[in-house]
Design a protein around this ligand. Structure first.
Ligand code: FUB
Length: 307
């Protein structure tokens, strides 16, 4: 099923004002957006909140994608992937991230393992497809990261993958103030070497890496309820220098899980808020705003347009 959504603007806009129209998706709740550019299209992969208005935990079973060529009209695709696609999983389709390598698309997901009961049982799995819109299937048949992985964290969620200029892939993840990173083999399905502790001031969860010029940016949720804060480095492996807050606390949502992407000449801050009238902590919505840098390459605070 394909549905189109429109923001207010009618052209590929240059000013934040043109993006008033958040949230992008209004006919369902969408969370934990992860952007990926492929060919001339921006794909935003999201989770899907199906919580009613009174229960007190996330209720999530599957993932969608929203594609746009102009930041104005979006197409909905999905669900493209669900808990049921991972035979070893039992529920909780938390944050995910998709990346292309060698013509294949790898979708790293947070999901609860049915056989692992240490800590919370959250694990990171990988699905693979030959196109950005699937069909996706479990690439390993087991989890890539679990509570049994040496030096894992209490909540193994929120994967973010980055392929550096030399072709080396890295997986970042973590929550509740504990972040981790590990190199991935070229097949994107196995760890290479040891799991490292992510040292970044105020890290809470939702790591995301992007690079602009020669600077690496590690953005993440800080504290809980979360702001979005960031650190920079001249190396993907750090050390990371703390740079401050780029997005304040949100009204009604305790999380705001961000991704950052350059698309057709603009940089975008892609996140969720609880901006729909019936939105809330467990009923979130994909939002998109412009991201700008100062002359030193530091990120300016986002002028959010979700409210
Ligand atoms: O959506 C479930 C969890 O909430 C995500 O994994 C976290 O990043 C937070 O957004």
């Amino acid at each position: 099923a394909v549905t189109a959504f429109s923001l207010v603007s009618t052209s590929c806009a240059e000013k934040a004002e043109d993006y008033r129209g958040n949230p992008v998706v209004t006919d369902m709740f969408t969370a934990d957006p992860a952007p990926m550019v492929h060919d001339d299209t921006l794909y935003i992969y999201t989770g899907h909140d199906i919580q009613n208005e009174t229960d007190k935990f996330f209720k999530m079973h599957d993932w969608y994608a929203f594609s746009t060529k102009d930041m104005v009209d979006y197409e909905k695709h999905g669900p493209l992937l669900s808990v049921d696609d991972f035979a070893w999983a039992k529920g909780d389709a938390f944050a995910a991230h998709t990346i292309e390598r060698g013509g294949k698309f790898y979708w790293y997901v947070s999901i609860r393992h049915k056989d692992i009961r240490v800590n919370e049982g959250f694990s990171i799995g990988v699905a693979v497809a030959d196109s950005p819109l699937g069909p996706f299937k479990d690439a390993i048949g087991e989890a890539l990261i679990t509570d049994e992985t040496p030096n894992s964290v209490v909540l193994n969620i929120d994967p973010a993958v980055y392929i550096d200029d030399d072709g080396q892939a890295y997986l970042f993840w973590g929550s509740w103030n504990e972040g981790r990173w590990v190199k991935l083999k070229d097949n994107m399905l196995e760890m290479e070497g040891e799991v490292h502790t992510l040292e970044a001031k105020n890290f809470f969860e939702a790591p995301f890496i992007h690079k602009r010029d020669d600077m690496y940016y590690l953005t993440y949720a800080s504290h809980y309820p979360s702001t979005t804060e960031y650190s920079t480095s001249d190396s993907i492996t750090g050390p990371w220098t703390y740079r401050g807050v780029i997005n304040d606390l949100l009204p009604k949502s305790e999380t705001n899980h961000q991704g950052i992407v350059e698309f057709k000449g603009n940089w975008y801050f892609i996140y969720h808020s609880a901006a729909l009238p019936t939105g809330g902590v467990y009923r979130r919505s994909l939002c998109v705003d412009l991201l700008e840098y100062d002359e030193d390459g530091l990120i300016k605070k986002v002028e959010r347009t979700d409210t």
